[in-house]
Design a protein around this ligand. Structure first.
Ligand code: SF4
Ligand code: SF4
Ligand SMILES: [Zn+2]
Length: 143
């Protein structure tokens, strides 16, 4: 995986995604009985069923920006819908994540983000819906 493949046009780090983690481990996620989807990141050529036609990605590519914070119209209605979507509470952290990315660059940001989704106690990976570490049961989440 290249660093760029895991940077979402929306500003998410795909390494925190359960589909991405399952794919990297050699599997995928079942989305309906008998159907499994895989993904290697927003800017890769192997995309999940949920992210293959993302309106933010299409828009950002048309505008020639790599992530929404680089767009003069941020936060537009589309990005607001994404950031405020209560089904995905981790989206509200994305403006802060993009600001950090702008500040330190992709390489350092990816290194920080990859550490962000590893349990400090046991080293097990967790995803952005996790409240507890799947390895040791410690409280994880924002940190
Ligand atoms: S499913 Fe979406 S959020 Fe997850 S890794 Fe793929 S592009 Fe990123
Ligand atoms: S118009 Fe909105 S969705 Fe499109 S690139 Fe700009 S901020 Fe992102
Ligand atoms: Zn743990």
């Amino acid at each position: 995986m290249s660093l760029d493949e895991a940077l979402g046009y929306c500003g998410l780090y795909c390494g925190g995604c359960g589909v991405f983690q399952a794919t990297a481990a050699g599997g995928g996620i079942e989305y309906e009985s008998g159907s499994v989807t895989t993904c290697r990141g927003c800017n890769s050529s192997e995309l999940s069923i949920w992210c293959s036609d993302c309106e933010i990605k299409i828009c950002a590519r048309e505008r020639g920006v790599r992530y929404c914070l680089q767009c003069a119209d941020f936060p537009c209605e589309k990005s607001r819908r994404f950031l405020d979507d209560a089904s995905y509470p981790y989206h509200k952290d994305v403006p802060e994540m993009m600001a950090r990315l702008s500040q330190i660059g992709l390489e350092k940001w990816s290194a920080e983000q990859s550490r962000r989704w590893i349990c400090a106690g046991c080293g097990h990976e967790y995803d952005w819906f996790s409240q507890l570490c799947p390895g040791c049961g410690a409280a994880v989440g924002k940190g």
